[in-house]
Design a protein around this ligand. Structure first.
Ligand code: MN3
Length: 248
């Protein structure tokens, strides 16, 4: 290729780019101000391992889209904003930060508690759900029988605890290092990790998790949610908890 033809090609490519870019600029000026681009940073929204309609009719696709793509995404964006001026937040392990919130500067403690708690809780939540998630078996089932009175009592008690949580919050099964399970609730986006524990699994009882489909019928959502539980993943998390390697 001669240098002349290369210059001509470069010119042509530049011309194409300029023509392609011009209408976009005009459009951007004419439209309402675009929201600031989501800050890129150390925190990322974990992609769902299933389509948003995977849990119909138990959880509707629109709720999944908004819950993951707006609510969880907002926690991630807020964390990336904080990390701009607090770089260590983005490099520390999430469970180490949540387990020692008092080490944080007062100016960011509240924001980190809510948004990193929310990020941890939702990351767990998407992970422990799956279509056709099977049944509990093996060690997890044995622990449920031993500590929670068997599956039927466990599900009834878990649903009752989720129903009693006043306002926004979560109902969890916490797991101790010795494998002992307990049902515990937390308000807002608090996590058992904040108390040095781990969440084996949990259900989100914020209204944003169910209101489009269930409105005030939280109890119906709590019952239906069991159809979405990924027992193979929970078995993995249980083994990791006993090995001391379970994070969020
Ligand atoms: Mn939520």
């Amino acid at each position: 290729m001669s240098s002349m033809s290369r210059r001509q090609l470069m010119f042509a490519a530049t011309g194409i780019a300029a023509v392609a870019a011009a209408p976009r600029l005009v459009f951007a000026q004419a439209a309402a101000p675009a929201p600031a681009a989501a800050p890129t940073g150390p925190f990322t929204l974990p992609p769902l391992a299933y389509p948003t309609n995977a849990f119909e009719p138990h959880i509707d696709a629109k709720t999944m889209e908004i819950h993951h793509g707006k609510h969880h995404a907002a926690y991630v964006a807020n964390l990336n904003n904080v990390a701009k001026t607090n770089a260590q937040l983005g490099t520390a392990k999430i469970e180490d930060v949540l387990g020692n919130l008092n080490a944080l500067d007062d100016s960011i403690k509240f924001t980190v508690r809510n948004n990193l708690g929310g990020h941890a809780n939702h990351t767990m939540f998407w992970e422990i759900m799956a279509p056709n998630g099977g049944k509990p078996e093996g060690d997890v089932l044995a622990a449920i029988d031993r500590d929670l009175g068997g599956m039927e009592k466990f599900q009834n008690d878990f649903n009752a605890a989720g129903g009693r949580q006043f306002g926004s919050g979560w109902v969890f099964v916490t797991v101790a290092k010795d494998g002992k399970l307990a049902i515990e609730t937390r308000p807002n986006q608090d996590s058992p990790i904040m108390d040095g524990k781990r969440a084996l699994m949990g259900n989100d009882v914020w209204e944003h998790a169910y209101y489009l489909n269930y409105q005030n019928r939280r109890a119906d959502y709590l019952k239906a949610w069991w159809n979405t539980v990924n027992w193979a993943k929970i078995a993995e998390r249980y083994a990791a908890a006993k090995a001391g390697t379970l994070g969020v």
